[in-house]
Design a protein around this ligand. Structure first.
Ligand code: EPU
Length: 430
């Protein structure tokens, strides 16, 4: 059990450097299975989801060398198609990328149904629809997905996604790069990490066009060869530090970001009264006094990201007036609001909308991280609150935030990490 203890009330001052994007890294690592030869990957975030995927790849026979904290060389030339241990696969959502990558590389995939943060039902029917459009035969039984390629291999297919899905778009890309012919994915997701996966695969020799628009075309190639690639900065990690500076107050320079990826967050924080200044690859957030109310609805990129919903809700919980937060992606992403209410927030959830009546102050108490981004929101709330907050189940936070304790301490926060020796909490996440 990992616990954070936060002494609130200190303004954040200084600079913080953003790590590589989690949701790009967790697709690019399985994608190395498709490459014959070593891939040098830079800006890999050192987070527990990445460590877990590296363990799975290593079990499959990948040769992995760490050149520095963020630079890896991964060579899957001699990887075997071993079924990854269910206890690892069920701990992360991104293990579903093994299905597309194994199908593309070996023509057969046998992968346990992925875990993931609990936001309600999270089906993978659109992933399967895409694999089937390429001729794969897919069955789900006993908690596993089993996918096979027919005689003659996968062939290009045409798939129109019923729902804009990040995971389905990336998984279909993975299966398509080495298959014969042209695959067309319509109504696909446009998040920066989709473009990053496509850029990685193209750097290794794939022929993908249209990533970042809602139609992606993949012309299958015979082989991908090794090469070098640098993962983009994490949009959500950057957004979390921006929201922290706005809610807690202070003056923070967030470095190593792509400001264009932050547009919707920048606009919302400006609307709420924070001063946000963009530079070439950094953003400064200054905030003093009370934020103003605003409404937000989460949507696929370039809309406001669902993965920033809990963090912006903390800004709203402390703002002057009543704000509405509407969740447009998941059925149930408001469990954390009960924890914020324990700290004195005034939030009522009605279906997919939370009505947030801003209060002047939150107070420290004992709360838990319900999932990764909810955990980040609790850290922000705790830094803004009067008194001491303890956040239980903080292991969720470490799935997606590299060295959050070190980075916040550099900014002046008073935050401490402790760990119980009894490893009872192995809950799923993603
Ligand atoms: N959906 C379906 N069928 C599918 C796929 C998705 O109904 O086959 C639904 C989902 O249930 C959800 C919506 O479509 O309601 C969007 O889901 P999507 O597939 O886009 O999400 P995901 O691939 O499961 C990734 C991120 C999440 C992030 C979402 C949305 C990874 C590993 N996870 O999940 O990240 O919330 O996209 O942007 O990339 C996080 O980082 O904290 C996190 C939860």
């Amino acid at each position: 059990m990992i616990r954070y203890t936060v002494q609130g009330g200190t303004k954040l001052e200084g600079s913080v450097s953003i790590s590589g994007a989690k949701n790009a890294a967790v697709a690019i690592l399985p994608a190395t299975l498709l490459v014959s030869g070593p891939c040098r990957i830079e800006n890999v975030p050192d987070i527990s989801d990445v460590r877990l995927l590296l363990e799975i790849l290593s079990d499959m026979g990948a040769e992995i060398r760490r050149l520095s904290r963020s630079t890896l060389i991964i060579d899957c030339s001699h990887a075997r198609n071993a079924t990854a241990p269910i206890e690892l696969v069920r701990r992360i959502r991104a293990s579903y990328y093994l299905i597309g990558a194994e199908l593309g590389r070996f023509g057969h995939a046998h992968v346990a149904m992925p875990g993931g943060c609990n936001f309600g039902v999270r089906p993978i029917d659109q992933h399967i629809k895409g694999f089937e459009a390429m001729g794969a035969v897919v069955e789900q039984a006993g908690g596993y997905v089993c996918a096979d390629v027919p005689e003659g291999g996968l062939r290009g297919g045409h798939v129109y996604l019923d729902i804009v899905s990040v995971g389905a778009t990336m998984n279909i890309l993975l299966a398509a790069v080495l298959c014969g012919g042209m695959t067309i994915i319509e109504n696909c997701a446009k998040e920066p990490h989709i473009v990053d996966l496509a850029n990685f695969l193209n750097a290794m020799g794939a022929q993908i066009s249209g990533a970042g628009t809602d139609v992606i075309k993949v012309r299958g190639v015979k082989k991908l060869s090794g090469g070098s690639y640098t993962i983009i900065p994490d949009q959500i990690e950057a957004g979390t530090y921006m929201a922290a500076a706005a809610a807690v107050g202070g003056n923070v320079l967030i470095e190593n970001v792509i400001p264009k990826h932050m547009d919707c967050i920048t606009a919302k924080l400006r609307e709420m009264g924070a001063k946000v200044t963009e530079y070439d690859d950094s953003i400064r957030v200054e905030s003093k006094g009370r934020l103003r109310r605003a409404n937000v609805k989460t949507m696929p990129y370039p809309g406001f990201p669902t993965d920033m919903q809990p963090q912006i809700a903390v800004c709203m919980a402390l703002a002057d007036g009543t704000s509405l937060v509407t969740e447009g992606i998941y059925d149930n992403r408001f469990r954390y609001t009960a924890e914020l209410c324990r700290m004195g927030a005034s939030i009522q959830v009605e279906g997919r909308t939370a009505v947030v009546d801003g209060v002047e102050k939150l107070h420290g108490c004992e709360v838990r991280a319900c999932d990764l981004r909810a955990g980040a929101a609790m850290v922000i709330a705790a830094m803004a609150a009067n008194g001491t907050t303890t956040i239980e189940d903080a292991h969720y936070i470490e799935r997606g935030y590299e060295d959050i304790i070190g980075k916040l301490t550099e900014l002046g926060a008073k935050i401490r990490r402790s760990e119980d020796l009894d490893p009872i909490n192995e809950a799923a996440a993603g």
